[in-house]
Design a protein around this ligand. Structure first.
Ligand code: NDP
Length: 446
């Protein structure tokens, strides 16, 4: 590491104490940018790095609501508007008890580069709350979402900041959030949120987009090796939006998904996961993954979600949460001859796990490239909202596929150009950074 990047990282850590996920995300990007500053000193002169690590704006607010027993509850809401060099801030909302400002900042920071990679005109942002949707009634979810939006509405807008879903925020929550926004601003601004319902401004294929996009990118990487997903055994963590639609696309391409998980443990079905059952449990009943074994005796449940990486497989797709795959799990995958790891979740592999993959020449699809299909399709939803049009599923999916193929191409070309052939993580970081940095240089010191 050069003196310059070391200094920027140290200052960032000092200024943002006790935010380990945020430090991790910044270090990962900045370390891979070293050759960029050697080749392009103008970015140093323009203070791009010092500016890009600091969010443009951070909003934190109280979210009071009343539960079904009549008790007043108070949660904390966040929105970090990180970078608007390329377009309005764009990034999801996460509702999970682990949410704090450091987690939202790590996600917002990653979002800048991911959004740049999509080639769409969107800046980076992220938000959420430490509210836990698990076990809450529909009425409680609605009242929480309404209270959350009663503060958030003044900070967002179709040309300003466009939130979407993430962990704990799906179609139901986006509906309640949109309803309250519309009521407060007294206008039908469809482009203010993405992930909307299909008959009120949502886009076909948005629900599927992150999981499908991940698998398109993986297929592209395998294709380069003269290989494909067909007949591969695949382990996927999580059983939420990303995991379910990654499973669907793997199965469509002839692969066999043998395990899925939630925070309570994982199910292993050697005959292949029956996705209809998972959808029924997770999307309809909002139940737990262990219920799967009640309907499929061929499967077994293990009450330790991190042990999912001990399963023998060809492809591993972590699609649950940050730092879910550590060094030991990475080694277990390598020992079982895994050929590819693709990150559906944001920052699911620890830095040590990534080292293990690199040392063993495992094909590695980093989150910023691999899960960009979700936000890319959100941008396509915004396009449809501006045009007051609804595209067909095939048109949206085709556009998404083209974007994922392009992300793979620019990430791998950029890695090669900067002397790191085959390192998609470095290529994605650099390619995303260059787009944002050039825009920041042209827009002056703001
Ligand atoms: P969901 O809330 O739909 O699903 C999250 C899933 O992960 C749930 O099954 C949850 O289980 C499980 N999970 C959470 N923590 C753990 C854990 N420690 N061990 C095992 N399983 C766990 O979220 P999404 O599918 O939308 O998001 C998943 C990941 O993908 C996140 O990192 C998110 O940031 C990222 N992502 C999502 C995008 C999207 O479009 N939705 C876009 C790009 C990235 P449980 O119910 O028990 O908590």
């Amino acid at each position: 590491m050069s003196q310059y990047t070391t200094r920027v990282i140290e200052e960032m850590m000092e200024r943002n104490p006790n935010q380990p996920e945020f430090h991790q995300a910044i270090k990962e990007v900045v370390e891979s940018l070293e050759p960029v500053f050697e080749k392009n000193p103008e970015y140093k002169e323009a203070g791009i790095l010092e500016r890009i690590v600091e969010p443009e704006r951070q909003i934190m607010f109280r979210v009071p609501w009343v539960d079904d027993e009549g008790n007043v509850q108070v949660n904390r809401g966040f929105r970090v508007q990180y970078n608007s060099a390329l377009g309005p801030y764009k990034g999801g909302l996460r509702f999970h008890p682990s949410v704090n400002v450091g987690i939202i900042k790590f996600l917002g920071f990653e979002q800048i580069f991911k959004n740049a990679l999509t080639g769409r005109p969107i800046g980076g942002g992220k938000g959420g709350s430490d509210f836990d949707p698990k076990g809450k009634s529909d009425g409680e979810i609605m009242r929480f979402c309404q209270s959350f939006m009663t503060e958030l509405y003044r900070h967002i807008g179709p040309d300003l900041d466009v939130p979407a879903g993430d962990i704990g925020v799906g179609g139901r929550e986006i509906g309640y959030l949109f309803g309250q926004y519309k009521r407060i601003v007294n206008a039908y601004e469809a482009g203010v949120l993405t992930g909307k319902g299909l008959n009120w401004g949502g886009s076909l294929a948005r629900t599927e987009a992150t999981g499908y996009g991940l698998v398109y990118l993986v297929e592209e990487m395998l294709k380069e090796q003269g290989d494909s997903i067909a007949d591969k055994e695949v382990v996927i963590s999580g059983s939420g939006n990303v995991a379910i639609y990654a499973t669907e696309k793997v199965q469509e391409l002839g692969g066999k998904v043998v395990a899925l998980s939630d925070s309570g443990g994982y199910v292993y079905d050697p005959e292949g996961i029956k996705l209809d059952t998972v959808k029924e449990i997770k999307e309809v009943r909002r139940g737990r993954i262990k219920e799967y074994v009640e309907e499929h005796p061929s499967a077994e449940f293990t009450a330790d979600s991190s042990a999912i990486w001990q399963i023998d497989c060809d492809i591993a797709l972590p699609c649950a949460t940050q730092n879910e795959l550590n060094e030991e799990s990475a080694q277990a995958l390598v020992d079982n001859d895994v050929i590819l790891v693709g990150e559906g979740a944001n920052m699911p592999s620890t830095p040590k796990a990534i080292e293990v993959f690199k040392e063993n020449s495992i094909l590695f699809a980093p989150a910023k490239a691999a899960n960009a299909g979700g936000v890319a399709t959100s941008a396509i939803e915004m396009t449809q909202n501006s045009m007051r049009e609804s595209w067909t599923f095939e048109r949206v999916e085709g556009t998404l596929k083209g974007i994922m193929i392009n992300i793979h191409k620019i990430s791998s070309q950029t890695a090669k150009e900067y002397g790191m052939e085959g390192d998609l993580a470095a290529g994605a970081n650099i390619a995303g950074f260059l787009k944002v940095a050039d825009a920041m240089v042209e827009q002056g010191v703001i």
